[in-house]
Design a protein around this ligand. Structure first.
Ligand SMILES: *Cc1c(COP(=O)(O)O)cnc(C)c1O
Length: 381
């Protein structure tokens, strides 16, 4: 499908031709592990076994590649599964990674607890400081890992600047685009080589599926990733692919509402006496505001804030909220509230990525905004 089409047109049509056999407008769930061959090696459409390829997965991958402006997407059974395949495809023992000092806890755990045992070292760096990043790059640096906006502190990193530093060294630049989604930010167009998604979040958008994806510009790297995925087996099932694809079709309209509701929530929090500070890239006083305004279409649906009353107050707000459901994850239509220190980021306690204990993170959903505001008012009272 031509990339001259707009984002929403691609979301609804890319990779999603009506079914050749029946004309079904929605690509069917091909719940099959194997495919009849027309004579030995006579494959229909290239499908032989569903670890290697499945039509429902192909449809999702075509859509995700178009939405990120990449040449190829590879879908996975989870975001961490995608990250694991990426690292084992592009790194080898002895390689070094520049890593954010504020990132998804599960990604840090992979580097810290798993890959470090296979001879891959990493240094957490404040990615907002390009000089610090330049200083952390070594001859063995093979990957600069970027997450922006970051989880849970919503700090913003300059993707074009970081990609340039990576490339000077001959390293790859990866961006975890889970928080922004391709609707708000397209890292490949800014010079990044790889985008990773937890499609569990905004792309799926309905808190009913776990999935992940890698998207790349270079077709040869795409081929290597698909080879590794087939060799190591971390594939998503057809129904999960179908759910992510169904979510992706409405990404644009959902993100517009997530952003609009988040802006109203931020207005309330900024004025509220119980709140010490609000972390949101849309605020002019946010240190990454200018970079975010340059590289993002809008500022997203994730909002974090710190309580004057410390950890006790943060835990109380989480417990008192009603429309905001207490739970991990993010990016679904329903609003969620959580305490990163005890929940999503418990695994980084004691590391350089430890998060403040008075921090609360919101995934602002697309409910009626007046109900969200009233709920926060009562929870903070
Ligand atoms: C959730 C998340 C991941 C991990 O994805 P899973 O689908 O849970 O494996 C990675 N990065 C970010 C920013 C996330 O929020």
């Amino acid at each position: 499908m031509s990339d001259a089409y707009g984002f929403e047109t691609l979301a609804i049509h890319a990779g999603q031709e009506p079914d050749a056999a029946t004309g079904a407008v929605v690509p069917p769930i091909v719940q099959a592990s194997t495919y009849k061959q027309d004579g030995v090696g006579g494959l229909r459409g290239g499908y032989e076994y569903s670890r290697s390829g499945n039509p429902t997965r192909t449809a999702l991958e075509g859509c995700l590649a178009a939405l990120e402006g990449g040449s190829r997407a590879v879908a996975f059974g989870s975001g961490l599964g995608a990250e694991d395949t990426l690292v084992r495809t592009v790194l080898k023992p002895g390689d070094h990674v520049v890593f954010p000092n504020d990132a998804y806890g599960g990604t840090h755990r992979l580097f810290n607890r798993l890959w470090s045992r296979w001879g891959i070292s990493f240094d957490p760096v404040d990615l907002r400081d390009l000089d610090a990043v330049r200083a952390a790059v070594r001859p063995e640096t093979a990957l600069v890992w970027v997450e922006t906006p970051s989880n849970p502190l919503l700090s913003v990193a300059d993707i074009a600047g970081l990609a340039a530093i990576a490339h000077e060294q001959g390293a790859l630049c990866l961006v975890d685009n889970t928080f922004a989604s391709p609707y708000l930010q397209q890292p490949l167009s800014l010079g990044a080589d790889v985008v990773v998604h937890s499609t569990t979040k905004y792309l799926g958008g309905h808190s009913d599926v776990v999935g992940g994806a890698l998207v790349v510009t270079d077709p040869e790297l795409g081929e290597r990733l698909a080879f590794h995925q087939n060799a190591s087996g971390s594939v998503p099932g057809p129904f999960d692919c179908w759910l992510v694809l169904r979510g992706a079709r409405t990404l644009g309209v959902r993100m517009d509402r997530h952003c609009a509701n988040a802006a109203k929530v931020v207005e309330l929090l900024v004025e509220h006496p119980a709140v010490a500070s609000v972390l949101y890239p849309g605020l002019p006083e946010h240190p990454g505001h200018e970079v975010a305004a340059r590289q993002m279409r809008a500022f997203g649906g994730m909002v974090s804030f710190r309580l004057r009353g410390g950890e006790e107050a943060a835990l109380r707000v989480c417990e008192r909220a009603e429309v905001f459901t207490l739970g991990e994850s993010l990016g679904g239509v329903e609003s969620l509230i959580e305490h990163p220190g005890r929940m999503t980021h418990a695994s980084v306690a004691g590391s350089q990525l430890e998060v403040p204990s008075d921090l609360v993170r919101l995934s602002v959903g697309i409910e009626s905004v007046e109900d969200l505001l009233a709920d926060l008012e009562q929870a903070l009272a």
